[in-house]
Design a protein around this ligand. Structure first.
Ligand code: ACO
Length: 315
């Protein structure tokens, strides 16, 4: 499999740290020094679906293809606009697509998980050109009264079109089930037969536990992938990591002993947009002309589950 094109879309409304300080007991200094985040984009009158449609159109155009060339859509989302049908089907009329579409939820590792599913479909000959898209609206399930979580998140969509090729050199996933560290419950419904259903709740997170998991597991998975490929850390041009916290990125970068130029970031502008962070950053690199032929990129993300995903890609 190889990546043929990328796309992304952000909501128009910029929410700065000062904007948050107007209704939360927080300030720009705390948020920017602890997380690196200065502003994030949040949905207002747009829908998550409209963001996803724009990212999809951009990626198909960037790949030099038409919507008719796409024969499968995989969407990674923690919470789509509707429960049914899948967002991967709902975006199709506006984009001009007409094919099977499936949503999957791999938490913040969802984009890398969707890439791996796409690789399997291509290998089996079930599809030839696949749109892989992450669309996340964390503003919809963040608790806007909890300064410990809501300041971290933003909304975004990022996409890639993939087809046959040999650009994906390695993919690795790991899971370590620890629900209590990071979770959100949906509405339990009104079944008269349900006994003690879990009450609905906004996203809950034990920040320091996630932080420790992220640094140790991201570093371990990247180091092991480099070893399998016989590469040194400086042989990789860009490490496109889940944009969750600038301090996590810096901790992994210094353990790998590589320069800042190999660790691109946009968290200062976007906040943490769950599984959309990796494809949005990838699209920014692509549109800046940085993903030249032969360029090696490691994608890495961690998230709810807990789970991690890592991929080595050559452009
Ligand atoms: N503004 C001001 N003060 C705050 C804020 C805020 N927004 N949030 C918390 N504080 C206070 C706390 O109340 C606490 O005060 P106290 O010492 O008086 O009790 C103090 O700051 C320190 O709080 P900690 O939670 O210990 O702060 P920490 O340094 O751990 O930073 C953070 C918190 C930024 C959440 C960090 O733990 C982190 O980034 N963890 C990883 C989170 C993550 O990556 N999540 C991503 C997974 S989810 C997803 O990707 C969708």
């Amino acid at each position: 499999m190889k990546i043929l094109g990328t796309g992304s879309a952000l909501p128009k409304r910029v929410v700065t740290n000062d904007d948050l300080a107007e209704f939360l007991d927080t300030n720009d200094e705390w948020i920017s020094t602890r997380t690196g985040i200065r502003e994030r984009r949040v949905l207002t009158d747009e829908t998550l679906q409209s963001l996803a449609e724009t990212a999809a159109k951009n990626a198909i155009e960037n790949a030099g293809l038409t919507p008719q060339d796409i024969d499968f859509v995989l969407v990674s989302t923690v919470l789509a606009e509707t429960l049914s049908p899948a967002l991967a089907m709902d975006i199709q009329p506006a984009v001009g697509l007409k094919c099977m579409g499936v949503d999957l939820n791999g938490g913040c590792t969802g984009f890398i998980a969707a890439l791996a599913v796409a690789e399997g479909l291509l290998a089996m000959g079930r599809a030839r050109k696949i749109l892989v898209l992450s669309a996340e609206a964390l503003s919809r399930f963040s608790d806007w009264t909890d300064r410990g979580t809501c300041v971290l998140f933003g909304d975004a969509a990022g996409a890639a079109v993939v087809g046959e090729g040999d650009g994906v050199k390695d993919v690795c996933f790991r899971g370590e089930p620890r629900r209590e560290v990071l979770f959100a419950n949906t509405d339990p419904g009104n079944s008269p037969f349900a006994v003690d259903p879990r009450p609905a709740c906004f996203l809950k997170m034990q920040g320091q536990e996630v932080y420790k998991f992220a640094v140790s597991h991201s570093f371990r998975d990247i180091r092991e992938m480099l070893e399998r490929a016989g590469l040194q850390p400086e042989d990789v041009d860009f490490y496109v990591l889940h944009q969750a916290n600038m301090r996590i990125l810096e901790a992994v970068r210094t353990r790998l002993k590589v320069g800042e130029d190999r660790f691109p970031h946009n968290i200062e502008r976007t906040g943490n947009t769950s599984s959309a962070t990796v494809p949005v950053l990838l699209d920014e690199l692509n549109r800046a002309g940085k993903l030249k032929p032969g360029c090696r990129v490691i994608l890495n993300a961690f998230g709810a589950g807990l789970c991690t995903g890592t991929a080595l890609i050559e452009f």
